[in-house]
Design a protein around this ligand. Structure first.
Ligand code: G3H
Ligand code: 13P
Ligand code: ZN
Length: 326
């Protein structure tokens, strides 16, 4: 049983102030998933160098992979590393797609500053009740809570959704009021993973449903909205993966133009996982193919880490607009 610790003792921040600044400032806070040392080093390096606030995101699977206690110390290390780089960027440690009250409680007890309770697969009333229960526990410790309305297609941890359902704007006021959540994830046409759309030859991805987003914004003005499934599935990485022995057919993501538009709206947190995975996989494949005699993980993981730093700086500067906000 891991010891109980409050996030402020780890130097972390909840998402309240960062979201308020992002909503007011017309940009979004980037939320990057991580589960290992190199990913965390890349996120901190890139966000400190671009002076960007950041949400470090951990899924249930990632927590199991990395170990809950190890994660806590990694978070302490991340905060300290940023400080030693000369910038005190706000850093939140967030549970991504929490599926039970118990998991959310365990994360809060072990130092997370923010949790998502994803009740979107339940009925509306069950979603309200579960989310409310998490909020009541989390707020005792000033931990912020993200809820979700509407279902994204793709894999959300162990839950696979074949079909997405868009968020129903007529539900958002009631949901926010009855649950007390601090932010709301919505479904407007994104999905998880590297295959977001099934397109015919020459067909372009359909635009996101900004009409739904605008209606949500009209009903809950200024309330922080979260966009999941927001990787662009960078074509250069897909090409490198395929060039060096991989097989990724039909991988396609959300265009940067669509994301820039979302970041300027009520969307104040943009979730990115797949692009980081693609960047690392592309560079590991390339490095090992070009250096067949090399077997030092620092070499191929180092190449992957450098690329991830480049990718995250680009996202902060040119996509979500969070660079220079600290
Ligand atoms: O939304 C899902 C995230 O990309 C986390 O994925 O459950 O494979 O860690 P994971
Ligand atoms: P991507 O798969 O598009 O990176 O989405 C990640 C995400 O939403 C994590 O919660
Ligand atoms: Zn997600």
């Amino acid at each position: 049983m891991a010891e109980t610790v409050h996030y402020t003792d780890l130097g972390l921040k909840n998402t309240k102030e960062m979201f308020a600044a992002a909503v007011g400032g017309g940009y979004a806070i980037p939320a990057y998933n991580f589960n290992n040392l190199e990913q965390l080093q890349s996120i901190i390096t890139a966000c400190a160098e671009t002076r960007s606030p950041v949400v470090l995101q951990v899924s249930k699977g990632a927590r199991n992979y990395a170990n809950a206690t190890m994660l806590r110390y990694m978070a302490i290390g991340a905060v300290q590393m940023a400080k030693e780089m000369g910038v005190e960027i706000p850093i939140a440690l967030h549970l991504d797609h929490g599926d039970t009250f118990e998991l959310c409680k365990s994360c809060i007890d072990s130092g997370f500053s923010s949790v998502m309770i994803d009740g979107s697969h339940h009925s509306y009333e069950e979603n309200v009740a579960l989310t409310r229960k998490v909020v009541e526990y989390a707020h005792q410790f000033d931990v912020t809570v993200e809820g979700e309305l509407g279902v994204l297609a793709g894999i959300e941890d162990e839950v696979q959704a074949e079909h997405s359902t868009y968020t129903r704007p007529e539900e958002v006021e009631d949901f926010v009021k009855r649950t007390g959540v601090d932010s709301l994830a919505i479904s407007i046409g994104t999905s998880h993973g590297a295959h977001k759309f099934k397109l015919k030859d020459g067909e372009l991805p359909p635009p996101l449903r900004f009409d739904i987003l605008e209606e949500i914004e009209r009903r809950i003005p200024g309330f922080p909205i979260v966009l999941h499934g927001a990787s662009s599935v960078v074509p250069e990485y897909v090409a490198l993966i395929n060039q060096y022995g991989g097989k990724l057919d039909g991988a396609v993501g959300i265009s940067e133009d669509q994301l820039r538009r979302a970041a300027k709206s009520a969307v104040c947190k943009i979730n990115i996982d797949s692009d980081g995975r693609l960047a690392m996989s592309a560079k590991v494949r390339e490095y090992l193919s070009q250096n067949p005699g090399e077997f030092d993980p620092r070499k191929y993981l180092g190449a992957a880490r450098d690329e991830l730093v480049r990718l995250i700086k680009h996202k902060n500067e040119a996509v979500v607009g969070s660079a220079g906000r600290v």
